[in-house]
Design a protein around this ligand. Structure first.
Ligand code: C2E
Ligand code: CA
Ligand code: CA
Length: 556
């Protein structure tokens, strides 16, 4: 017997040795494990394994402690190889491994080789990229994608609510303050909103001027409204930015996880649909199914309008603008009209905003300029020379931001042979406040073509008198809301008087919109207003009917 013992030892040493040498050929940490009497033993390991600090004594090895059950399950299975992910360590010092368990024969239920691919740096890079992609760099809050992920992790979405908080008129604030102060404002707003939240509510920045909040509601939807009110209150308390003191108003839309949103993205969209109604009402609004219907109707109107522009279903109507003292027609305002293929007429107050929101205002606006020029050239041709009136075309703020208007007008003039002074362009105040420098350039370019510039709907916007003085504006159009019914309303009369004296001081002419009666026309003349436009003179007319107003003889 004495002779067999050294043999067995030699045999064993040789086996360990062989396995160890085989393991050394594996370039990553690898260990050969035996299961003896139900306990693990680390039979052999390579140098990389020792250096990785995965534990060289089975009982104390974190690898055996964590992976033991998985290794056992593998040995009990019939598989030759299994891959699994394993994380070692805590959040501060953490390593990620791809672990492979392998054996030569499926019946070897007591031994296998376990090897480890360290994926830590790869996973950390991926995570930081992911974090960057889901974080808003300005505020450090989750962005829209991050917000979706956040909501995704909520175990019971039926007791949660999503709020969309939209800063009112942020574009205007941003352009008045400059983008640096705009950034500062957003950061401060984020901080203020955060202060209004309860500890477990989560905040994200889901758009340029829109924040998202995820909150748990304990069966009481009023909590969401209460939070919305707290946010509105905290934002209206004036902020101190570098050089300014301002307060911010916001609109809040709320969608509940328990309602009919099919996924997270839709839940957020619902809150955003509700914001639109909140903007109109000034209150926090909860999502209603009709908001979706409205959004869908808008979308289908957008599709129909796109087709209408392509198929030339739009027309222009022409409404005269008269010299108040002589009653003579000096120009016509061109107003878009749309009758769709089913014969339904759409109101410009509905389809122009849709065109603006969808960007269709750019082709629509170009068409209006071309069409107006063609009409005026046709009138001149019929008249046999300059027919004596100008045409006024409306320009939307969005159109001024997105399109190069001056070249479009120049091309329309060139192709019809009209002089620039036959054209008036009507701009609204909102166009000027959103991007004053750019608009100023456009206005000067339009003036250089010889056109007249009118400020439309004057008095309804946020006129900054400093801009007015600097810009080449020829005419102020006093908004209809101050004119119609003015004879019975002292306040309206004072506003109209104020606008008239302002225009006089700035050397501008004035047009009163909404002149519906003879008395109004007379009063406005007495007050010194230059032109009048309204149903008293005529409603918007077809081109032929409009021409008949300037050349009645020909119409017969
Ligand atoms: P706006 O530029 O203020 O045009 C004047 C509006 O007042 C027209 O409405 C006109 O029909 C209406 N109106 C004229 N006189 C009277 C009156 O005496 N009483 C009353 N109650 N209303 C009167 P409309 O045609 O519905 O146009 C609405 C708005 O749509 C326009 O307001 C303008 O902002 C926009 N719009 C129309 N056509 C175009 C276009 O081609 N391009 C752009 N960008 N906007 C357009
Ligand atoms: Ca107008
Ligand atoms: Ca107007």
């Amino acid at each position: 017997m004495a002779s067999t013992a050294p043999d067995a030892t030699t045999h064993l040493t040789t086996a360990t040795d062989l396995v160890s040498r085989a393991l050394e050929l594996i370039p990553i940490p690898a260990v050969h494990i035996h299961l003896i009497d139900g306990a693990f033993e680390l039979f052999a390991m390579n140098r990389a394994y020792r250096l990785a600090g995965l534990g060289v004594v089975a009982e104390r090895s974190p690898m055996i402690v964590d992976l033991g059950p998985r290794i056992r399950a593998f040995l009990e299975s019939q598989q030759l190889r299994i891959d699994t992910d394993w994380t070692l360590g805590d959040a501060v010092d953490c390593r990620y491994y791809r672990v492979t368990m392998a054996r030569t024969f499926a019946w070897m239920h007591d031994r296998c080789t376990v090897s480890f691919i360290d994926q830590t740096s790869q996973i950390q890079t991926e995570r930081s990229l992911r974090r960057e992609m889901t974080t808003d760099s300005l505020t450090g809050l989750p962005n829209r994608e991050g917000f979706e992920e956040l909501i995704e992790t909520v175990p019971d979405r039926s007791i949660s609510a999503v709020l969309a908080v939209d800063i009112d008129r942020f574009g205007r604030l941003n352009s008045c303050l400059g983008s640096l102060a705009g950034d500062e404002l957003l950061i401060t707003v984020a901080r203020r909103i955060k202060g209004a939240l309860r500890g477990r509510d989560m905040l994200a920045r889901i758009g340029g001027d829109q924040f998202g909040i995820l909150m748990t509601i304990d069966d009481d939807r009023e909590e969401a409204h209460a939070l919305a009110e707290r946010i509105q209150r905290t934002l209206t308390t004036p902020f101190r930015l570098t050089d300014y003191e301002i307060s911010v108003e916001c609109s809040v839309g709320i969608a509940y996880g328990g309602d009919d949103a099919s996924d997270v993205a839709e839940l957020i969209r619902h809150a955003q649909f509700a914001v639109k109604r909140a903007k109109a009402s000034g209150l926090a609004e909860s999502y209603l199914p009709q908001d979706f219907a409205i959004a869908r109707a808008q979308f289908s109107m957008e599709t129909a309008l796109r087709r209408a522009i392509e198929n030339r279903e739009l027309r222009l109507a022409y409404q005269p603008i008269c010299d108040l003292s002589s009653g003579r027609i000096v120009s016509f305002e061109a107003l878009a009209r749309w009758t769709d293929s089913s014969g339904q007429r759409h109101c410009p107050t509905t389809f122009i905003p849709v065109a603006e929101e969808s960007g269709l205002i750019v082709p629509l606006g170009r068409w209006a300029i071309d069409e107006a020029a063609r009409t005026l050239a046709a009138w001149d041709a019929r008249f046999g020379g300059d027919c004596g009136v100008r045409l006024a075309v409306n320009l939307s703020a969005i159109q001024l931001q997105r399109d190069a208007i001056a070249p479009v007008v120049e091309a329309a003039l060139a192709s019809t042979g009209l002089a620039g002074d036959r054209f008036t362009l009507e701009l609204t105040e909102s166009a000027i406040v959103t991007d004053p420098d750019r608009i100023a350039k456009t206005m000067h370019a339009l003036k250089a073509l010889g056109t007249t510039l009118a400020m439309d709907d004057f008095g309804t916007g946020y006129s900054n008198l400093a801009y007015l003085q600097k810009l080449p504006i020829d005419v102020l159009k006093i908004d209809r809301s101050f004119v119609t019914g003015m004879l019975a309303d002292r306040d309206k009369v004072s506003i109209v008087r104020a606008i008239l004296s302002l225009a006089q001081a700035l050397g501008m002419k004035t047009t009163a919109e909404g002149v519906e009666t003879f008395d109004l026309a007379q009063t406005l003349t007495a007050l010194g207003c230059t032109y009048g436009q309204g149903y008293f003179y005529a409603r918007p007319l077809e081109a032929d009917a409009a021409y008949a107003m300037i050349v009645p003889a020909e119409a017969g």
